[in-house]
Design a protein around this ligand. Structure first.
Ligand code: SAH
Length: 214
């Protein structure tokens, strides 16, 4: 159920749906997604679906994790941008964190639910992912003490773009996030901080859990 063949089927699905970057695809070959879900769901870990992870939260659909990772890092010539500091909001089970960590220098990740963060801290450390700082907080605040960030990736949906996050982007930096009222009406955005202001691109419709205010 977690065989190379099952995993390769997922990779083919990602490639069929616009994931072209080999370094990004390689992360989906190597991150053991079955270790991020409860044992009872492990047989479904390489299907392209969101799954429950407890605490009313979900592990994101692999295709969406891949699209967001590619949107964050990819340059127009297909190479990956070298980012020093990336802020992630909504650590959850840490799957997106694990996909991203080897592709950037340091990931700073914020999660609201303390017991979930505790489990995830253990999981990521047992997978030897060490270029990482985790913090329990409301992600609407960002992480001012570590700003600015070359990239910010948000995996829960606020109703509006948090101004604090825009303010914590480095020049040229990118913010990838879903925004919308209900899970049925969210849009995935890429916002780039340019010299002449913020430039917004719509990347498609998505369904994330809400970003909750503490
Ligand atoms: N990144 C995860 C998906 C996590 S689901 C993955 O790779 O699968 C979204 C997560 O955002 C949940 O764990 C939820 O608790 C968290 N969250 C919701 N509101 C938040 C907030 N205001 N600040 C930080 N985390 C928040």
């Amino acid at each position: 159920m977690t065989s190379a063949r099952t995993r390769e089927r997922l990779i083919n699905r990602l490639m069929d749906n616009g994931i072209t970057n080999q370094l990004v695809l390689d992360r989906f070959r190597s991150v053991p997604r079955h270790l991020f879900v409860q044992e009872a769901l492990a047989s479904r870990a390489y299907e392209d679906d969101a799954l429950p992870i407890g605490f009313g939260q979900t592990i994101s659909q692999p295709l969406i994790v891949a699209l967001m990772t590619q949107a964050l890092l990819e340059e127009s010539d297909g190479s990956l941008r070298k980012m020093q500091k990336v802020l992630e909001i909504g650590t959850g089970c840490g799957y997106q964190t694990a996909v991203l960590a080897p592709l950037v220098a340091t990931v700073y990740s914020i999660e609201r639910v303390a017991p979930l963060l505790q489990e995830t801290r253990k999981r990521l450390s047992s997978l030897n992912i060490a270029n990482l700082r985790l913090r329990r907080d409301d992600g609407h605040r960002g992480w001012p003490g570590q700003a600015p960030f070359d990239g910010i990736i948000v995996t829960a949906a606020p109703t509006d773009v948090p101004q604090n996050l825009l303010a914590q982007l480095a020049p040229g930096g990118r913010l990838i996030m879903p925004v919308g009222e209900q899970s049925t009406a969210q849009t995935l955005l890429r916002i780039t901080a340019t010299e002449s202001g913020f430039v917004e691109e719509k990347l498609g419709k998505v369904a994330f859990v809400p970003m909750i205010e503490d």
